[in-house]
Design a protein around this ligand. Structure first.
Ligand code: ADP
Ligand code: MG
Length: 620
């Protein structure tokens, strides 16, 4: 059998057939994108060849110019696109244009079923861009010769029906030639001015010259979008680039386009998406930025260019300072990376601060989606806290509906206030009922409400803002000499009675509390749990709970409000009666609950029922 000299027929796989069927009969408006797809393939092939030649000069036609040539014949309705890229062997042609498209075809079909729209725009992202040519072609012939010297030229021919043919070809130079017979309704794509237009619109950035016909000057600008000066890029181009590279159909929240020469040379085009969660069709499989050196992609997901807490940022970084023959390993060890990282981090943080200043609404979206990353950043790298601090946003007891920055808080601080107060709890509503807030409410003092699980982690790295220490209200020293003005002074339980009540509490709660005593800072609440040790770290206790570590309720001091009517009524009950005991139990459990450290809240249900029964009996 002379497999390589005869023409053979192969059948496309099922999903590819379906895809072709859709494309052939499609009414997609954007048929012109087929040209972008073919040019992008040619450019890929040229790029890969250039990459190969960094280490291997033993290729076919080592001195051939790296170019793309287009010829069009209006009369014959043909279009030919030729490149001097790395070409394909027979097996590669079968694989690349016949077999491996399967999964991409399936995903593209899913997308077209799931959402309405013109998806020819993004077909390239599914690894099936080549087939878009069948939107305009009656037939296509691909002739290719690999850069490998011993490979023979090969030709592939298809009409978009179920089969394609492979056979030997006459082609002595390296690269790929794609001949297209245009459909009758697609003759426009054999007009040079039309082709030029399409190239300007979609392919200006291809890094190799594209020539049309006999023209000796390249049609395309040959510079990537990120290397183009900001003034020349339109908002729409930024969006299209984002759509193309991420397959996210929603506009990005922010783009950062920069170029610097010192201390390092770099171009960068970075994006922050409008959602933290990746969509089902997202192209992004990992965190990281695309790293190029002189337009050549050397790393697709580079994680050393930004700190972890900015890992949601996506985009491209291109630096001339990286040596051309870098491998992924040497990139890591090159001293350049920390410099690039510093420049990029500063810029992203600055742009976020600007966004906060200039567009509060957008910043709020950003904060809701990505704030948790920044909090985590403070937890993981406390040294960066000062950099991240200005971007933090909080709800507070006095402004529970809006987001305040630490600067906002400080600007509203009362005269003489020396600390920034916060309270940690489970959710923004219940935390407002915490007994720890009694005193602060009575004074009209503002308190940050930290109710996101990540907040406890953040607090491990956030101790200070400017000159102000952050202080948990549960532990804050309060000046109780200053009585609240609008609070009527309630009468206290006489000392002797109060002491006996304390003894009863101690007996009922036993080992569970380290002490029971009168509080000097409760107004509306009956009781509060305080740390026995002033240096205790309630955040850490919470962190353990979130991490699912073996968790024991920390023993605390139960402080009682000696003026509260509940305690006055409790004294009226028969001492040591069952009802008195279960109410004491419940006061303790409720305190654990508002503290957010109750290990098993549903265990309270039977007791609450007993209390309800007792209350109803009273009424009868
Ligand atoms: P993708 O470019 O996303 O891989 P395409 O459907 O556009 O998907 O192309 C399929 C494959 O065919 C490419 O990955 C490449 O291996 C091969 N190919 C297409 N055009 C060329 C070309 N001009 N030169 C070399 N290989 C090519
Ligand atoms: Mg492609």
């Amino acid at each position: 059998m002379s497999e390589t000299t005869d023409t053979q027929q192969y059948s496309f796989k099922a999903e590819t057939k379906q895809l072709l069927n859709i494309l052939i009969h499609s009414l997609y408006k954007d048929r012109e994108v087929f040209l972008r797809e073919l040019l992008s393939n040619a450019s890929d092939a040229l790029n890969r060849l250039r990459f190969e030649m960094v280490t291997n000069r033993d290729v076919l036609d080592p001195n051939a110019e790296l170019t793309i040539h287009i010829t069009a014949d209006k009369e014959a309705r043909t279009l030919v696109i030729q490149d001097t890229g790395l070409g394909m062997t027979r097996d590669e042609v079968i694989e690349n244009l016949g077999t491996i498209a399967q999964s991409g075809a399936r995903k593209f079909l899913e997308l077209t079923k799931e959402q309405k729209g013109d998806f020819s725009q993004v077909i390239g992202q599914f690894g099936v861009g080549f087939y878009s040519v069948f939107m305009v072609a009656e037939w296509v012939r691909v002739t290719s010769r690999s850069f490998r010297k011993d490979a023979e030229a090969v030709t592939w021919y298809a009409t978009g029906e179920d089969n394609y043919q492979i056979g030997p070809a006459d082609k002595s130079e390296r690269g790929t030639r794609i001949e297209i017979k245009l459909k009758e309704g697609a003759a426009e794509f054999a007009e040079e001015f039309r082709l030029k237009n399409i190239i300007h619109k979609h392919s200006d950035y291809i890094g190799f010259p594209i020539f049309i016909g006999e023209d000796k000057t390249a049609v395309n600008k040959q510079t990537s979008l990120w290397r183009t000066s900001k003034q020349e890029v339109t908002e729409e181009q930024y969006k299209e680039f984002y759509r193309q590279t991420t397959l996210d159909f929603e506009d990005p929240l922010l783009h950062v386009h920069m170029s610097t020469d010192a201390p390092v040379q770099l171009y960068a085009l970075l994006y922050i998406s409008s959602k933290a969660e990746r969509s089902m069709f997202s192209l992004r499989k990992d965190d990281g930025l695309k790293l190029y050196t002189r337009n050549i992609l050397i790393d697709e997901y580079n994680k050393d260019l930004l700190p972890e807490y900015l890992r949601f940022v996506q985009g491209v970084v291109d630096s001339e300072d990286l040596p051309l023959n870098v491998s992924r390993e040497t990139v890591q060890s090159s001293g350049l990376m920390p410099k690039l990282k510093k420049v990029l981090t500063n810029q992203v943080m600055r742009e976020l601060e600007n966004l906060a200043k200039n567009n509060a609404e957008k910043y709020e979206t950003f904060w809701k989606e990505f704030g948790v990353y920044l909090k985590q950043g403070i937890a993981a790298t406390p040294a960066e806290a000062d950099t991240i601090n200005p971007l933090l946003r909080f709800k507070t007891n006095l402004n529970p509906e809006t987001w305040s920055s630490l600067a906002d808080y400080v600007s509203r601080m009362k005269e003489g206030q020396k600390e920034i107060y916060y309270i940690v709890g489970e959710d923004p509503k219940s935390v407002l009922r915490s007994p720890h807030l009694d005193y602060f409410h009575s004074q009209g003092t503002e308190v940050l409400l930290l109710t996101d699980p990540m907040d406890s982690f953040m607090l491990m790295g956030l101790h200070k803002y400017k000159d102000f220490d952050l202080k948990n209200v549960a532990q804050a020293e309060v000046d109780t000499k200053e009585k609240p003005k609008d609070q009527p002074e309630a009468e206290k339980i006489p000392d002797a009675d109060f002491n006996s009540l304390v003894e009863t509490f101690k007996k009922v709660l036993g080992e569970r509390v380290t002490d029971v005593r009168a509080s000097n800072r409760l107004y509306q609440s009956v009781a509060r749990l305080a740390d026995a040790d002033a240096n205790a770290n309630p955040e850490l206790q919470r962190v353990y709970k979130y991490l699912g570590k073996e968790y024991e309720i920390p023993k605390k001091v139960l402080e009682l409000n000696a003026s509260h009517t509940i305690l006055k009524d409790l004294l009226k009950l028969e001492s040591n009666s069952e009802l008195q005991n279960i109410i004491i139990e419940q006061i303790y459990d409720s305190a654990l609950l508002v503290e957010g450290i109750h290990p098993d809240p549903s265990s309270m249900a039977p007791r609450v029922q007993q209390i309800i029964e007792a209350a109803l009996k009273q009424k009868q």
